[in-house]
Design a protein around this ligand. Structure first.
Ligand SMILES: [Zn+2]
Length: 345
């Protein structure tokens, strides 16, 4: 049985704002969701599409799931929606997909009152594809709406940015995340997760619920690669079990620095340099927070200073890594080891 698309609790405000814009006939031609990765952007763009297509407007921010539009949509057969996203073997949206887009917008709507194009994420578009999209945004085809997302606002062409109405997506609080993810796991007939796994997955995903779900499924060794409940959610079957790796890391880092050299090499090999940095970042943040809460915090002044310097160094290096991902791995490993030894108790 096909499932009706579910609303994401952390998107409630956006759904209501879009429903009002539509009801007041003030809907912009292009809406862009802006936020960190892993918030379920594509699912949300699809949800808004279903909301706008639905014929039953008794709750304009919720598709009814029963009308002709909703049934077509939930069966993933709605011909008036086009999704442009990187393919399985590609990381970009290229000119072939733009040809598909041109054909789509030239046609007329089959069933819905409008046609909707989803682009997720915008920064995956090649320069040629971006230019073609820009032309369409400058002169929007009649009755076509663009629902798009970006996680890298600064990488968008300014001319494209100026044509979009932005909505910022904020991650949920941990409590709201737990309710949502437990419900998803139950629907997938997956076992319930204990608090420690949920907490660490949420931390590692930096509060991105879809990314955290991916980490949980990797941890529970689930066979699910896609889910029917979450539109376009496709899990990477090669995703390493970061939750277990992080729990192990937390144990090792408390031990003698001599054990660190060996563990660090294995860690970097398993999770990669970027995630190894994230581990240090999260651990130091947590260690600093718990030190400051202790009653003898003043006496711990030197230790706090050491951790704080290490934390600043990690932040700096993570920024460097974003700017130049090809930084020398040996150098990075040595830096991490220095930090590890400096912070060892
Ligand atoms: Zn409906």
């Amino acid at each position: 049985m096909t499932q009706a698309i579910q609303a994401l609790p952390w998107m409630t405000d956006i759904n209501q704002q879009v429903a009002v814009l539509w009801a007041q006939q003030k809907m912009p031609h292009a809406i862009c969701l802006h936020g960190q990765p892993g918030l379920g952007q594509r699912h949300q763009l699809a949800y808004m599409t279903s909301m706008l297509f639905c014929e039953n407007k008794s709750d304009p921010a919720k598709p009814c799931g029963e009308c002709r539009q909703c049934i077509l949509f939930n069966n993933k057969e709605h011909p008036d929606m086009l999704i442009l996203a990187p393919g399985d073997k590609s990381t970009s949206i290229g000119i072939d997909q733009i040809r598909q887009l041109t054909d789509f917008v030239m046609g007329t709507a089959y069933f819905a009152p409008m046609r909707i194009v989803i682009v997720d994420p915008l920064e995956a578009m090649t320069v040629a594809a971006s230019n073609a999209l820009l032309k369409m945004l400058e002169e929007p085809p009649p009755n076509v709406y663009f629902l798009v997302s970006t996680t890298k606002l600064s990488q968008l062409m300014p001319t494209i940015r100026s044509r979009l109405q932005f909505f910022s997506v904020l991650p949920p609080e941990f409590g709201a995340f737990c309710l949502w993810v437990q419900a998803v796991l139950e629907s997938l007939e997956e076992p319930k997760c204990d608090h420690e796994v949920l907490y660490n997955a949420f931390l590692l995903a930096q509060k991105g619920p879809f990314l955290a779900l991916e980490y949980i499924l990797a941890h529970t060794k689930s066979q699910h690669e896609t889910t029917e409940l979450l539109f376009s959610f496709k899990r990477d079957p090669k995703q390493a079990d970061l939750v277990s790796e992080y729990l192990r890391f937390q144990e090792v880092i408390k031990g003698p620095p001599a054990a660190a050299t060996m563990h660090l090499g294995v860690l970097i090999k398993t999770v990669g340099v970027q995630i190894a940095f994230l581990f240090f970042d999260l651990w130091l943040e947590d260690a600093l927070a718990s030190l400051k809460e202790q009653p003898d915090a003043a006496a711990q002044h030197t230790r706090i200073e050491v951790l704080w310097q290490a934390y600043s160094r990690i932040q700096q290096m993570r920024e460097d890594l974003v700017r130049s991902p090809q930084l020398n791995k040996v150098y990075l490993e040595r830096e991490l080891l220095d930090i590890w030894v400096a912070t060892a108790t």
